[in-house]
Design a protein around this ligand. Structure first.
Ligand code: ATP
Length: 317
């Protein structure tokens, strides 16, 4: 269990995290989503004591992280996959960590097998690809079989098989009653992995709810209507509380009316309709809708794609 109360971090004049309060519960996967610079990594670093909060507090399994005598058994964290001794082999890196907690060598071998590192375990970690580094970071996080796992962008750099593995691992650990908190930029991935979402933008919590609720809250209840007579049907359907868009040949997207109401209006007016499809909001759409006012660093429009990407002023990454 992770409990943050009014957690705040300022870097000089910059507010990275602006007084967030949330609970990450055991027995489920909680996704931490937000645009670049939203404050995800800073929040995760404060949870494991790598950054000191300017105000507020955060506890893991009931205590501030630094107060735990057996931190590797309490919290496994992957925050920066490159934070390893580059001239040490993956095996020796894990063995050194294990030695600090009296963790047996058999557990080192176990996590090496679990993370698919067996073939490269004796190679220097400095030569690892991003994906192998991620796997080693996850192996380190799992080493103490902790009650709480915090993984910052765990699928970053992983191949499709690795992405699937992280997804199944997260679900498996949650099913064992562990607290699993992971950040990702991949909304589609989150939709398949997380049970609950905490969305952050500009250092503030924008949403904290089960995925199903976030989707339902953003449901536009649109219906796609195909007809040869878009102009006539569009006029018939328009009215207060109804929005009709025509972005494609012979196709309308209607919100404010359901399929049955649209079919009735079309029938009463002898307009032939050859498709009526309710459209549901994807998590991606819900996410864009939620964060549209919180994106600090906007990308350029597609027309400008050939131009260089905008500079991320104020970002350290
Ligand atoms: N050490 C630091 N000194 C000054 N500013 C910082 C520092 N670390 C982070 N920031 C700023 O705090 C804000 C939040 O950064 P953070 O890395 O927590 O965001 P994030 O949500 O993890 O972003 P990303 O998805 O890009 O990794 C950003 O504006 C960042 O530039």
């Amino acid at each position: 269990m992770i409990e943050a109360v009014n957690l705040t971090k300022h870097y000089g004049a910059k507010t990275a995290v602006a007084g967030v309060t949330f609970t990450v519960k055991p027995g489920m996967v909680t996704g931490f989503l937000g645009p670049n610079g939203a404050g995800k990594s800073t929040t995760m670093r404060m949870i494991v004591g790598l950054d000191k909060p300017t105000a507020g507090s955060v506890t893991v399994n009931g205590k501030p992280y630094v107060k735990h005598h057996d931190p590797l058994h309490q919290v496994g964290a992957l925050l920066d996959a490159k934070a390893v001794h580059t001239s040490r082999s993956a095996y020796n890196h894990l063995l050194a960590m294990a030695a600090t907690h009296g963790i047996p060598t058999s557990r080192v071998n176990e996590v090496i097998d679990m993370t698919g590192l067996a073939a490269v375990a004796k190679k220097k970690a400095g030569g690892f690809s991003l994906g192998m580094g991620q796997r080693l970071g996850i192996a380190s996080a799992l080493l103490g079989d902790p009650q709480t796992l915090i993984l910052d962008e765990p699928v970053n750099g992983l191949d499709p098989e690795g992405v699937l593995w992280v997804r199944n691992l997260a679900k498996h650990l949650a099913a064992q009653g562990k607290t699993v908190f992971l950040s990702s930029h991949l909304m589609s991935e989150m939709a398949q992995t997380a049970d609950h979402l905490i969305v952050i933008g500009r250092g503030r919590i924008i949403a904290d709810a089960p995925i199903a609720e976030i989707l339902a809250g953003n449901q536009q209840a649109k219906v796609r209507v195909r007809t040869a007579d878009v102009t006539h049907l569009g006029q018939l359907l328009s009215g207060s509380g109804v929005q009709v868009e025509c972005n494609e040949n012979e196709t309308l997207e209607v919100s404010g009316l359901d399929s049955r109401q649209i079919a009735k209006i079309a029938l009463d007016n002898h307009v032939l309709v050859y498709e009526l499809t309710p459209l549901s909001t994807s998590l991606e759409e819900a996410y864009f809708d939620l964060t549209k006012d919180s994106v600090e660093y906007h990308s350029q429009e597609l027309d400008d794609a050939a131009a260089p990407a905008p500079a991320l002023e104020g970002t350290l990454k």
